[in-house]
Design a protein around this ligand. Structure first.
Ligand code: 2M8
Ligand code: MG
Ligand code: MG
Length: 278
């Protein structure tokens, strides 16, 4: 089993960004050698800090499926279609953000004052909007692939804006607080690719995947996994999936919900009848 997890609102509390309630569960998973792959809209810089804090050192997925980072030490050989960069092999699914920023400039006058993009916000402003510390906000601003926007206008102009952005070939996904613009990548495609790489290196095992997420930008990942865990959010409804089975919806919020699901599905599932067979 490989676990793919979103961060904000899923493994991390929506407001305080703590993972504390899930830490005992993470140690138990580590003892059983179940890989935990962070699959998030956060940047490489943010994820590397969080991996250190959580004592994780395996592959991770950045900026809504834009790229998969595989530490060379964690995989026996270089996966096909990856680039070598320092200690990592990197599989990219998205172009760099500059073309999105160029297109946005063309739309800017029509929607003037209705949104604020990350690239034009200072770290102080990102910190004020999100509740991240100034240092965390600096890491969140180090974006390679996408541009998150804070929408300030009304719903009607938001719908018009999104239509126009989409007609320019830009992908639009919803995070907990921001509208994320990117090239055509999503967390599901990145999950599938990385699961295949694990499968290739372990041909004797059947690799199964569990994905945990709370928001719109997690839908593709939740659809792609063998088992989907939808973590309850204090900020919005459960995202709507088209799949009907293999879904666990948590009662508890954020990291408490994360631990609730992992306990039910993996750690306690051998004692009595498992809720879902993995
Ligand atoms: C942004 O991502 C979250 C994900 O749900 C959002 O859209 O609300 C990103 O900018 C990320 O890099 C940052 O850490 C996070 C902080 O809330 O916001
Ligand atoms: Mg989230
Ligand atoms: Mg996220």
């Amino acid at each position: 089993v490989i676990l793919f997890s979103d961060l904000d609102g899923t493994l991390l509390d929506h407001h305080t960004y703590t993972a504390a309630p899930a830490l005992p569960c993470i140690s138990q998973l580590q003892q059983t050698h179940i890989p935990i792959v962070l699959n998030t809209s956060k940047t490489r810089a943010e994820i590397q800090l969080i991996q250190q804090q959580l004592n994780l050192d395996g592959p991770f997925i950045v900026e809504n499926g834009a790229a998969v980072y595989i530490p060379k030490s964690s995989f026996p050989e270089q996966p096909a279609d990856t680039q070598s960069l320092g200690l990592f092999w990197i599989k990219e699914f998205a172009a760099y953000k500059q073309h999105i920023l160029n297109r946005l400039t063309q739309l800017a006058s029509a929607f003037e004052g209705q949104y604020r993009g990350f690239s034009s916000l200072s770290s102080q402003q990102v910190s004020a909007i999100t509740g991240l510390s100034l240092q965390q906000a600096q890491l969140a601003k180090q974006r390679q692939y996408g541009e998150p926007l804070q929408w300030l206008g009304d719903d009607k102009s938001r719908t018009e804006f999104i239509e126009q952005v989409r007609s320019q070939g830009i992908k639009v996904q919803y995070g907990g607080r921001f509208i994320h613009l990117s090239d055509h990548c999503d967390k599901g495609q990145a999950l599938e690719w990385l699961a295949q790489q694990y499968q290739k290196t372990n041909p004797q095992k059947i690799i199964r995947t569990i994905a945990l997420g709370d928001g719109g930008n997690d839908i593709a990942m939740l659809e792609a996994a063998d088992v989907a865990v939808i973590v309850r959010s204090p900020a919005h409804d459960y995202p709507a999936l088209t799949r009907r089975d293999g879904i666990y919806r948590t009662q508890q919020l954020g990291p408490e919900g994360w631990a609730e699901a992992i306990q039910a599905l993996l750690l306690h599932s051998t004692a009595n009848a498992p809720r879902l067979h993995i």
